[in-house]
Design a protein around this ligand. Structure first.
Ligand code: SF4
Ligand code: SF4
Length: 199
């Protein structure tokens, strides 16, 4: 005969180590979300246009963070494949900004010198940021050329580049924003803050 305790849903508690708990809280703090609120409905993963290319679906990345599994989260390819389109954040019924979590994990992966799951994507990000620092906006042709130069890979996307050039989707010369010095001051402030952090 079943007693009252049997009819209650079974609950299990996951006990995190101090380090795991610290990592989970740090992700929440950096992303300005409470990842503990995720109930794994998978709405984020179902809406993500890049989920199929990821090693962990977005809700699984949240789970890694909840469990404080730092190495798995920071070395995951998903955090680099994510393009920050925000679809997941909009879909989440718990108002968890999943895209911000991905961003926080990318920052932490760099800060912790984790083995980057997609080093080519990180390299490409660096070229995009460098272009913004130089011109205040992106100059796509130069980004691609600098990236290709670093990778010693000139031939793989030639057809796409030619098509884009023929449709005038690639400017040959960079254009600068009017108040470039303001953009460059932002970069300077970030570098200074980083210098203070590392002292
Ligand atoms: S949509 Fe929100 S609640 Fe659902 S799995 Fe994703 S992060 Fe968790
Ligand atoms: S922000 Fe990233 S994780 Fe979210 S839906 Fe877009 S690509 Fe997927």
């Amino acid at each position: 005969m079943r007693n009252a305790a049997d009819s209650q849903p079974r609950r299990s508690t996951v006990h995190l180590t101090a380090q795991q708990g610290h990592f989970a809280r740090e992700v929440s703090r950096r992303a300005h979300v409470n990842i503990a609120r995720c109930w794994h409905c998978k709405c984020c993963s179902n809406g993500c246009p890049f989920a199929a290319a990821m090693d962990f679906y977005p809700n699984q990345v949240i789970r890694l963070a909840q469990l404080g599994l730092k190495r798995q989260a920071l070395e995951s390819s998903s955090i680099w494949i994510c393009v920050g389109c925000n679809t997941c954040s909009v879909e989440c019924p718990q108002a968890i900004d999943v895209a911000a979590v991905m961003d926080a994990l990318r920052q932490m992966a760099i800060a912790e010198k984790a083995a980057v799951g997609e080093p080519n994507i990180l390299e490409f990000h660096r070229e995009v940021v460098e272009s913004i620092r130089r011109y205040g906006r992106t100059h796509k042709l130069e980004i691609m050329m600098r990236y290709k130069l670093k990778k010693h890979d000139w031939l793989s996307d030639v057809n796409i580049a030619l098509q884009m050039l023929s449709k005038r989707k690639l400017d040959l010369r960079p254009s600068r924003v009017k108040r470039l010095e303001q953009i460059q001051a932002v970069f300077q402030n970030i570098l200074q803050a980083k210098g203070h952090e590392q002292r």
